[in-house]
Design a protein around this ligand. Structure first.
Ligand code: CA2
Length: 148
């Protein structure tokens, strides 16, 4: 089982730490990437960490991960609630998928409660702040270890 893991981030997450810290915290996406890289080294995972504001780029990275990655963590941001295309791409990706949301989407507007991606995700981490990324990596490492 490949120990390569993709961590994908959707639209506007490049603004983390710059606005709305009461919802998304003070950490930047680069802080999160650094923390993920440090944890990945501990867990003996190899990471590819990406962010895009474009749906097709996220889809292309999911396609790229097919056949080479052992797992994928994704914060699809607003595409969570809108994108059948992302769901279709994830359905064509076999290894474990963990969906992450920094905020507790269930405590917010009604439209954030529905996720297309959750129909495919093997696990969903919601409302744990930036730590959600680390929890996702720990879960993926455990699932990869279990598959041997
Ligand atoms: O809680 C999450 O992680 C979300 O995926 C974040 C998305 C939102 O649309 C989802 O419902 C929940 C929004 C990301 C936008 O991030 C910003 C960060 C700072 C300033 C403005 C936007």
């Amino acid at each position: 089982m490949s120990r390569l893991v993709y961590v994908l981030n959707g639209p506007n997450l490049n603004l983390l730490g710059q606005r709305e810290p009461q919802i998304y915290g003070a950490e930047t996406l680069f802080d999160i990437e650094r923390a993920c890289m440090a944890l990945a080294a501990e867990l003996k995972l190899e990471l590819r960490f990406h962010q895009s504001n474009r749906e097709y780029e996220l889809i292309d990275w999911i396609h790229e991960a097919r056949g080479i990655a052992g797992g994928l963590a994704i914060n699809p941001a607003a595409f969570t609630h809108t994108s059948v295309a992302l769901l279709d791409a994830l359905n064509a990706f076999e290894p474990p998928v963990i969906e992450i949301h920094i905020s507790n989407v269930h405590k917010r507007e009604e439209f954030r409660r529905h996720s297309f991606v959750s129909q495919r995700a093997d696990g969903v981490i919601v409302g744990c702040g930036a730590q959600g990324y680390e929890l996702a990596l720990r879960r993926l490492a455990k699932l990869i270890d279990a598959k041997g």
